[in-house]
Design a protein around this ligand. Structure first.
Ligand code: NAD
Length: 471
């Protein structure tokens, strides 16, 4: 059967399945996998899961390869669409972010069986799919969370129902259709990924409580993590962070200044792992600031810091209090935010640098924008203590610039985070200029860390007694 005939057969089959499920309208109008009703989206994903179960691993590998190819071809278009719809970030950075996730999210090869053999024979542990996964995605990394989750979850043999952020619904529906087309073209079933065209918090809750949803994977702020953890289902939760970056007197300041601006201004600080506050040993703070300014940071004076704080913080965070940022300025360009306080800075400005005291709300609030507080402290141990406090126990991400092995080791240990980056920009911890694979769902509250295909599997053991130990 040639490709064309195979594609036509698939589409006809999907329409018939849709009619059986009374989904005719959904299948017809909105793109493959996009439904108006969450129950229909779940039913369709269940059918697709059952079909995937019968498909060879080679075909599954082909599906993942084609997802990577089609997403790469549509990357620029998608990135511009995401920026236009959400009003967040820089599309050029989104292209890089998508490229990272498309190429470095592990696929089928990540799901490796284990074996044990001893005097009693052979035991095999396989990593099986859960079934239909419910995934809730954020507006900040709207496309890449869906792409990366889809790659990992399908590679592990699951299907996925997405409830995207309402502010990113158009680009999410566009992407779901695109992913399904890539899957079908590679010989897979339609509706391996589905979503609804009008996602809401209510539809997210319906997803969480639906009996056909095997597990929930949520990527977002504290509210959605809390709701999902109370849903009674197994949850893989990727929650908020407030990553501190500590710089001590042994650091390579030229490298540190550039790395901090690059990491903290990437996509206007939208990624949960981006540097959110600098804690610097006093003796090198001025030199660090100079290096940052050479790389696109603009330092505000005391009066400007007061104004910008009033503008961007809606609920001041502090010790023991996470606070909240003003959503109007999340992911906006530095020059736009500066203009709002009557300050004109060059459009090339990447980061607004604010030297503040340790109790300042900018330090304690996860802002997700290119406004970067810097706190000067007397020594590296004081810096590490403050870093632990203002990370709020999220155990998400922390960064350190230092050449002192003992202090690097100390901070890694006491932060106890899913990701700890030494002497590089935060995004190196996601495999961008750092070793290792990528993911945009960093599950700190539930402990899976940087998620990957094998995270979305359940272990099944098969024991053969007395035979097949062949030595
Ligand atoms: P958000 O919490 O506003 O929304 C995330 C998703 O949860 C959306 O789909 C939203 O509709 C849904 N949601 C929100 N409240 C809900 C509730 N009470 N019940 C059910 N669903 C609910 O977050 P956002 O602004 O899109 O993203 C930014 C936040 O997400 C930041 O806190 C950031 O640190 C975090 N984040 C974490 C990771 C990670 O991997 N750990 C990745 C990206 C974003």
């Amino acid at each position: 059967m040639d490709n064309l005939e195979q594609n036509i057969r698939q589409l006809v089959e999907e329409v018939v399945n849709g009619m059986n499920l009374n989904l005719k309208n959904d299948v017809a109008g909105k793109g493959i996998g996009v439904y108006s009703n969450i129950n229909h989206a779940i039913d369709a994903a269940e059918l697709a899961f059952n079909k995937l179960n019968k498909i060879s691993l080679e075909t599954r590998k082909g599906i993942i390869a084609n997802i990577r190819k089609v997403c790469t071809e549509n990357n620029t278009f998608m990135s511009k669409m995401a920026q236009e719809e959400t009003g967040l970030g820089r599309w050029e950075d989104k292209v890089l972010k998508n490229t990272l996730g498309i190429n470095k999210t592990p696929g089928v090869e990540d799901v490796i069986p284990e074996t044990f053999s001893d005097d009693h024979g052979l035991t095999l542990v396989e990593h099986a799919p859960y079934g239909v996964i419910g995934s809730i995605t954020p507006t900040t990394n709207s496309t890449i969370t869906i792409i990366s989750n889809a790659i990992g979850m399908i590679a592990a043999g699951n299907s996925v129902v997405f409830n995207p952020h309402p502010a990113a619904k158009k680009v999410s529906c566009y992407l779901i259709n695109l992913l399904n087309r890539a899957i079908i073209e590679a010989g897979g079933p339609a509706n391996l990924v589905t979503c609804i065209d009008e996602p809401t918090i209510e539809s997210a809750k319906e997803l969480m409580s639906h009996k056909k949803i095997a597990i929930m994977v949520v990527t977002g702020g504290p509210a959605v993590v809390k709701t999902a953890m109370n849903s009674g289902k197994k949850v893989i939760a990727a929650g908020p962070g407030n990553p501190p970056v500590v710089v001590d007197e042994t650091a390579d300041l030229v490298k540190a200044g550039k790395a901090i601006v690059d990491g903290a201004s990437f996509d206007n600080n939208l990624i949960c792992i981006c540097e959110k506050e600098i804690i610097c040993v006093a003796s090198v703070a001025d030199r660090l600031k100079e290096e940052m300014k050479k790389n696109g940071a603009y330092e505000l004076n005391e009066d400007q810091i007061k104004k910008i704080t009033a503008l961007v913080i809606s609920e001041p965070g502090g010790p023991g209090n996470e606070g909240a940022a003003n959503k109007k300025y999340v992911g906006k360009n530095a020059d736009f935010i500066a203009k709002e306080i009557g300050l004109s800075v060059p459009p090339s400005t990447r980061l607004l640098l604010c030297e503040v005291g340790r109790e300042h709300p900018l330090v304690w609030t996860e802002q997700l924008m290119p406004v970067m507080p810097l706190v000067r402290v007397k020594d590296v141990d004081t810096a590490i203590d403050l870093a632990v406090d203002c990370e709020h126990g999220f155990r998400h991400t922390a960064i350190m610039h230092s050449l002192n092995i003992e202090k690097l080791s100390k901070m890694a240990r006491v932060m106890n985070c899913s990701i700890f980056i030494k002497n590089g920009p935060s995004y190196a911890g996601l495999g961008f200029g750092g070793a290792g694979f990528a993911s945009f769902t960093i599950a700190s509250p539930t402990g899976e860390g940087v998620t990957r295909a094998r995270t979305f599997t359940r272990e099944r053991r098969c024991t053969l007694v007395d035979f097949f130990r062949i030595i």
